[in-house]
Design a protein around this ligand. Structure first.
Ligand SMILES: [Zn+2]
Length: 252
């Protein structure tokens, strides 16, 4: 059974019930984190995901609310005696900075550190980055303040498709990611440079023929975010929901 777990749903400022947006794709063979923030080991425990099962981390972009947990997770895994390799994926911009960040932590001097492999994501549309018996993951560059990718995940046994916009303003490549998706998980930080509103997310869901829309990366902490579904419903007639921390989607 493969599943997708929402580990956090907030925009850049989290609150007591919403961690920054990140998620996990859990399969038999591989468990893939999509971004990594906060206290990763504690959050994985809350989600009942074994940290030893994590094989891959996809870093959508180099902003603290998406990747600041990577150094802490690497250190925690090392202290928990991990031996097996971990793969990290990102655009060149992201990988370069993550390696420099780890150099600031002087990670090369950590004794018996487990092997890490960095994989550079190409800036082409629907670039295949990972394939297992259970799912295939593709990325496309989207439109944010720094180089960023969104994802399309195909669950092979069920044939279900999940698209995740990542942080982006509405742009052509998001349409490619979301085309005919069973579930579109779209950011709703608000219409601004590099971000989208719930209404814009609804337009994309309609125009790509997505079946269900989940809003994520929305303002939390006192903001009445439940009104976002009504905003998206102005432009999308299918089901609209708010993604919440620890929501799970199961795929056979
Ligand atoms: Zn961002």
């Amino acid at each position: 059974m493969a599943k997708l777990v929402i580990l956090g749903s907030s925009y850049a400022v989290p609150d007591e019930t919403h961690e920054n947006t990140h998620m996990a794709i859990v399969g038999q063979e591989r468990t893939v984190l999509v971004d990594c923030v906060g206290n990763p080991i504690a959050r994985l425990k809350r989600a009942e995901i074994d940290h030893n099962a994590v094989t891959d981390i996809i870093m959508t972009h180099f902003h603290p609310d998406h990747i600041s947990g990577v150094p802490l997770l690497l250190m925690s895994m090392w202290l928990l005696d991990r031996k097996h390799s971990l793969s990290l994926y990102g655009l060149e911009f992201t990988i370069d900075r993550m390696q420099k960040l780890m150099d600031f932590y002087d990670w090369k001097s950590w004794p018996n550190f487990f092997p890490t492999e960095f994989h550079t994501i190409q800036e082409t549309e629907l670039y295949p980055i990972l394939e297992t018996d259970e799912f295939k993951i593709y990325t496309s560059p989207v439109q944010h303040w720094v180089p960023t990718v969104g994802l399309r995940i195909e669950f092979l046994k069920s044939g279900k498709v999940v698209a995740y916009s990542s942080d982006t303003a509405p742009t052509e490549t998001v349409y490619g990611l979301a085309q005919d998706a069973d579930i579109l998980i779209h950011e709703a930080a608000g219409a601004s440079e590099g971000h989208s509103s719930a209404e814009q997310a609804g337009t994309i869901a309609t125009e790509t023929n997505a079946k269900e829309l989940y809003l994520i990366h929305y303002p939390t902490g006192g903001f009445e975010y439940h009104g976002l579904t009504a905003e998206a419903a102005k432009t999308f007639k299918g089901p609209v929901k708010i993604a919440e921390d620890l929501d799970q989607f199961e795929f056979d």
